[in-house]
Design a binder for this molecule. Structure first.
Ligand code: IPD
Ligand code: CA
Ligand code: CA
Length: 278
């Protein structure tokens, strides 16, 4: 018999409880001596990433055994066939901001999104250091700790505070974001590189930042946060201004008002980059 579809509100409630447990674990073990391994020259994984992912993966397997999981540190599994609601997948970054965490720089989070047939139905980003829970589900506005949040009303790049990040393969790829970083630093009120993309995007959602862009992010970095930002009145696209896809190569999230200006500057900078490379 096909399984009954869980409501977005129930899925969100579960995601919030699970993100809180995982985040509390991260804080609890953060003062210990970190066990740090290198996945690449700059790409780290700590005992915190693994402990947090164990908590989230186990909770999903126990509560929703028929759902799929896409998680950064290897616990992924496909969804079972026969779910009445369609294929449901949880997309999880157990620790976004690993480099910060490894250095005890207090800016990191747990990110959990629930997608049904590829569309987000619930998303949570939890910052355990500040005890800030950003959430949204399909049909309701985004909240932070239960209070409605919305994007800023800043309408010019000059007046904007932006955020970005740089890919782990920045030494070996020409698409390292340095050109866009230079252009936005000259054009905007400021650019921050705080080190946790999911949290940066939630800061756009609640109006602390006005825009965010980055290349080469993974679905677990952006799926929950981009959904939260759009439910808070913001806009998410790729660098070309096309429909946002968490599996895509480029991400722009903004308050909507500066989105066109961001896309135009990215296009202009990319052309200059191509000319320089010739
Ligand atoms: C990273 C962070 C960082 C971004 C990187 C991501 P991780 O995720 O979100 O801000 O610039 O591209 O990979 O490795 O800390 O989960
Ligand atoms: Ca991440
Ligand atoms: Ca991570």
């Amino acid at each position: 018999m096909p399984l009954k579809a869980e409501s977005p509100a129930a899925l969100l409630d579960f995601a919030e409880q699970t993100a809180r447990k995982a985040g509390e674990k991260l804080v609890a073990i953060s003062s210990r001596r970190r066990k740090i391994e290198q996945k690449g020259i700059f790409d780290l994984v700590t005992d915190g990433d693994r402990a947090s992912e164990r908590i989230v993966a186990r909770a999903i397997a126990e509560t929703y055994p028929h759902h799929g999981l896409l998680a950064e540190e290897g616990s992924s599994r496909p969804a079972a066939i026969g779910d009445a609601a369609g294929e449901t997948i949880w997309v999880v970054d157990p620790l976004d901001g690993t480099t910060n965490y490894a250095h005890r720089f207090p800016y990191y989070c747990v990110s959990i999104a629930c997608l049904r047939d590829g569309e987000p139905v619930a998303g949570v980003v939890f910052d355990p250091v500040r005890d800030e829970m950003f959430s949204a589900h399909a049909g309701v506005a985004a909240t932070m700790n239960g209070r409605a949040i919305s994007v800023s009303k800043i309408a010019t790049l000059e007046g904007s505070l932006l955020a970005t990040g740089f890919p782990y393969d920045r030494r070996t790829t020409r698409h390292n974001n340095f050109d866009h970083h230079e252009a936005f630093t000259m054009a905007s009120g400021g650019v921050r590189r705080a080190g946790a993309a999911a949290l940066d995007i939630c800061y756009v959602a609640c109006g602390r930042l006005d825009g965010f862009w980055e290349l080469s992010l993974k679905p677990w970095d952006v799926a929950a946060a981009a959904f939260i930002a759009t439910r808070a009145g913001g806009r998410a696209t790729d660098f070309g201004g096309r429909r946002f896809d968490a599996s895509g190569k480029t991400t722009v999230v903004s308050n909507g008002r500066i989105h066109g200006a961001m896309i135009r500057l990215i296009a202009k900078t990319a052309r200059i980059g191509e000319d320089r490379a010739r």
